[in-house]
Design a protein around this ligand. Structure first.
Ligand code: TRP
Length: 334
């Protein structure tokens, strides 16, 4: 039955994807959609406007995110890959939804609350640096989801609340108009996702400056791998080695055979960290260099990416139009 579900997820074009994004989001989402022809992947460029990036950055990162998904294995002829801004019905729907969403729901949304808490702590005006885009972020996200009547929304833990709000918005609209206009979406948190630690052992995150880039040149990968924090004087048992950041990164990227081999080598001291890191680089290259090549080829041909995104949007826009017309009729503006 899973095959008939509509799966939808969006990514903001706000940064260069790293290994943490790949194993935590990209790869599990692609696996889930493997046998599902109703998968929608989009680039949430209107959401990204709230992050204060320049026009050039938004444009560049939109291409980066699209190329990443394609190089990671998304088949744009099988699945729907599009840019949020190419489906204007989403924004029209948002305006209609605005009329049914209680302001109090937005006061409780995490992103806004976090900004508010920071301002309180810094003894600033509570809404300092808060724009309306941040405030109404969950309503736009609800529009993204409801316009295609998605059933399942794979997201990271930080986005659960937003999907819950989308569900509440759908339910409230249906109740208000005694209709079954919207499907109630549910969030999906993939089980057994692999959490790659960052170079310093904390969560891998651009804001900690501890990432291994997903698609990169061998030199860039090498520079990242060299920065993995290791303890040079330590003798390792299997247990203590398994506890290292190096091991955690290595074992996620590599197969079991390579992982047990390097474990033996470290434990019996036939190699040191330098050789171990060379081997990790080798593993990165063998797992990701082909995909990297495709990624860079695509980025060199942004017209092609634009074409793919445009075609993706054209294919599904009729669905969005149908939902919007239905909603308009329901509220009395059609
Ligand atoms: N808010 C999501 C994030 O920051 C991105 C996003 C926008 C999204 N619209 C969505 C995710 C709809 C899932 C469904 O990661």
């Amino acid at each position: 039955m899973e095959e008939n579900k509509i799966i939808l997820t969006g990514v903001k074009p706000t940064g260069q994807p790293h290994l943490g994004n790949y194993f935590g989001v990209i790869e599990p989402a692609l696996r889930r959609s493997e046998n599902n022809l109703n998968s929608f992947f989009f680039i949430a460029d209107y959401h990204a406007l709230n992050n204060g990036l320049s026009a050039d950055e938004i444009k560049r990162l939109t291409h980066v995110v699209a190329a990443t998904w394609i190089a990671a294995g998304l088949d744009s002829s099988k699945h729907h890959l599009y840019r949020q801004s190419d489906i204007p019905e989403i924004f029209e729907l948002e305006t209609i939804l605005n009329a049914t969403v209680p302001k109090g729901w937005m006061n409780k949304a995490h992103a806004y609350k976090a900004a508010m808490d920071q301002n309180i702590e810094a003894k600033r005006d509570i809404d300092h640096d808060v724009n309306m885009g941040l405030y109404t972020y969950p309503i736009l996200m609800a529009s993204d989801i409801l316009i295609f009547n998605a059933n399942q929304v794979p997201v990271g833990k930080d986005q659960i609340q937003h999907v819950e709000i989308a569900r509440d918005i759908a339910g409230r609209f249906n109740a208000k108009y005694h209709s079954s206009t919207f499907t109630l979406p549910e969030h999906i948190i993939e089980k057994n996702i692999l959490e790659v630690p960052g170079l310093d052992g904390r969560k891998m995150s651009k804001s900690y400056n501890n990432v291994v880039p997903l698609f990169a040149s061998d030199d860039d990968w090498n520079n990242a791998v060299k920065k993995i924090v290791t303890d040079s004087n330590q003798e390792h048992t299997i247990e203590t080695f398994k506890d290292t950041t190096f091991y955690k990164i290595f074992s996620i990227i590599s197969g079991e055979t390579e992982t047990s081999k390097i474990t033996d080598q470290i434990v019996n001291k036939s190699i040191g960290w330098k050789e171990a890191k060379d081997e990790l680089l080798h593993q990165l290259i063998s797992r990701f260099s082909e995909k990297s090549k495709m990624y860079f080829e695509l980025l060199n041909d942004t017209n092609k990416i634009d074409e793919i995104l445009k075609t993706g949007a054209e294919k599904i826009r009729p669905i969005a139009m149908e939902t919007l017309n239905n909603v308009k009729a329901t509220v009395g503006v059609l």
